[in-house]
Design a protein around this ligand. Structure first.
Ligand code: C5P
Length: 214
């Protein structure tokens, strides 16, 4: 019997989870969904419609999100990340985005999804779950380089403060808080190159698959 290979990759902002997830997807020939983009699209869309973040508007926007909304360059900005984490606390927004994510996870053959609650809420039966993390300082430096590359004039200290605030909000919220599930393998990328992190991720996925077959 063969299993669909669903790989759940969770972790805090700029931990390397997106890079690891996209490399795993390429390696296993699976589609990849960066679920942070869904929340970013809702945050940006709700702000456009209402001029402020407010629950009912965010829920309405979330109910109409499609794949086509996820490729806008504006979703990658610092402001979009902040708006995403504000709308992500609303249970109605999370509920409205659930089906999109679960349909993606149910693709024939499997899929790779990265986010905050993939292994705990979206795909609790995923055969392979990783929790990717790194120290706040390392994550801030990565995010700062990424934002500077996009032309955003922001200091490293400001990015570190953003990261700490976002960690606190994502971990402290009632609805699907960011946490390492008991069945998720920990991958700390603080001291790892992208290549080394990818190799270790493959090893952990293979280990998880092996434990299913045996
Ligand atoms: O991963 P990214 O930084 O793009 O996510 C932006 C924000 O979206 C996160 O800080 C978090 O609040 C929210 N998010 C979430 N659940 C997910 C993915 C993202 O709550 N599965």
């Amino acid at each position: 019997m063969s299993f669909d290979l669903v790989i759940a990759v969770d972790g805090p902002a700029a931990s390397g989870k997106g890079t690891v997830a996209s490399r795993l997807a390429r390696h296993y020939g699976l589609p990849h969904l960066d679920t942070g983009l869904l929340y970013r699209a809702v945050g940006v869309g709700a702000m456009k419609q209402h001029g402020a973040i407010e629950e009912a508007t965010a829920e309405r926007v979330a109910a109409h999100i499609t794949q086509a909304h996820l490729s806008e360059q504006a979703l990658m900005t610092r402001a979009a990340g902040e708006l995403a984490s504000q709308v992500a606390v609303y249970p109605g927004v999370r509920a409205a985005l659930l089906k999109f994510q679960q349909d993606f996870a149910a693709k024939k053959g499997g899929a790779v999804l990265d986010g905050r609650d993939i292994g705990t809420v979206i795909a609790p039966h995923a055969p392979a779950k990783l929790f990717v993390t790194a120290s706040p300082e390392v994550r801030a430096e990565r995010r700062w380089k990424q934002l500077s590359g996009l032309g955003e004039g922001v200091s490293l200290e400001e990015v570190l403060a953003d990261i700490r605030k976002r960690d606190e909000r994502d971990s402290g919220r009632d609805a699907a808080p960011l946490l390492q599930g008991a069945d998720a393998a920990l991958l700390d990328t603080s001291q790892l190159t992208i290549e080394a992190a990818f190799r270790e991720a493959c090893r952990l996925v293979e280990q998880a698959r092996g434990s299913i077959k045996s």
